[in-house]
Design a protein around this ligand. Structure first.
Ligand SMILES: O=C(O)CCC(=O)C(=O)O
Ligand SMILES: [Fe+2]
Length: 301
């Protein structure tokens, strides 16, 4: 069986929401990843965000303390933006971003709005009744301005020879924690997705697309109907002479959102074998508590 990541045209979402929603549902039930095109996010905003990331990572070493290493053996440079509230960043920003704060906030909000359209497609596909909130059932639980685990991340995988990196894997296999992730990749591929239990497939660059994947919270919330799929970044020959930049946007429900049953007859009953389940059987926890438990489990040693 061969697997591939489908490309879904959101240009039809307003005119034919049910069709788009069905395509999204199919992708979520199988591979857990899909590209969206005609998503409405302006290209110049994406390009400018990548330029900002490059300028930041090019700064001389005295500003490098802003950069977080994901793991010491993985040479990846990273900067996280939490959601902006009342025009303010959650934490003080380095000067290079401070002067672009209004732009970054606009981009962060535009990414969130794009994600909300994907969440509307979920609610339509799951046939959530109008009286329960209908198409807005998920987006009503993902208010941008309320506290949540949402993060816009700039990433740089610096160029170098294979001897520098030794390992063929640059970012280890993992699944994302939240509801969905939007991923922007620039110029250099490298992402791989575990399309089945055994098969890694590459997630190529598709012009003007955003790659979307389901996270662990949504997998658990849908009782395993939606798949949160392992993915990793591998070393490709072009990484030897070209920096790789990417920007994931990790979309999370508001911390206070209860991961309570979704009013949909399409969702199966809860079962024991939902991967990465952190809630006990029958226990309903909030999105904030879910994230806390995942982080506690990851950083416990
Ligand atoms: O850099 C990429 O392409 C993927 C990054 C990723 O999966 C993550 O940060 O969770
Ligand atoms: Fe990821």
């Amino acid at each position: 069986m061969s697997y591939q990541i489908p490309v879904i045209d959101f240009g039809h979402f307003d005119t034919n929401p049910k069709q788009v929603a069905q395509e999204v549902l199919e992708a979520c039930k199988t591979i857990g990843f899909f590209y969206i095109v005609n998503h409405g996010l302006p290209k110049d905003q994406i390009e400018h965000s990548f330029e900002l990331a490059k300028d930041f990572f090019d700064l001389p070493s005295e500003e490098k303390h802003w950069i977080l290493r994901i793991k010491s053996k993985e040479i990846i440079k990273s900067f996280n933006f939490r959601n902006f509230v009342d025009g303010k960043s959650f934490a003080p920003l380095p000067p290079i971003f401070e002067k672009e704060q209004a732009f970054v906030e606009g981009f962060s909000r535009a990414c969130h709005a794009t994600a909300m359209r994907v969440l509307q497609a979920f609610a339509i596909a799951l046939e959530i009744p109008e009286e329960e909130g209908g198409a807005n059932w998920f987006s009503d639980r993902h208010t941008y301005d309320k506290p949540s685990g949402e993060i816009l991340r700039f990433l740089k995988y610096p160029k170098g020879g294979e001897s520098t990196y030794k390992e063929p894997v640059r970012a280890g296999a993992h699944s994302d924690y939240g509801s969905i992730t939007l991923l922007f990749q620039k110029d250099v591929p490298g992402l791989e997705v575990k399309a089945s239990r055994t098969e890694w497939i590459s997630a190529p660059l598709i012009q003007d697309s955003i790659l979307v994947n389901v996270g662990d919270q949504l997998q658990e919330w849908t009782n395993g109907l939606f798949k949160s799929t392992l993915h990793r970044v591998t070393f490709l020959p072009e990484h030897a002479h070209k920096d790789r930049y990417s920007m994931p946007v990790f979309i999370h429900p508001e911390d206070a959102t209860l991961l309570s049953p979704i009013p949909s007859s399409i969702i199966p009953p809860p079962s024991e074998d939902v991967l990465n389940g952190v809630a006990k059987k029958g226990e309903i926890i909030s999105a904030g508590e879910h994230l806390k438990r995942r982080l506690d489990a990851t950083y416990k040693y």
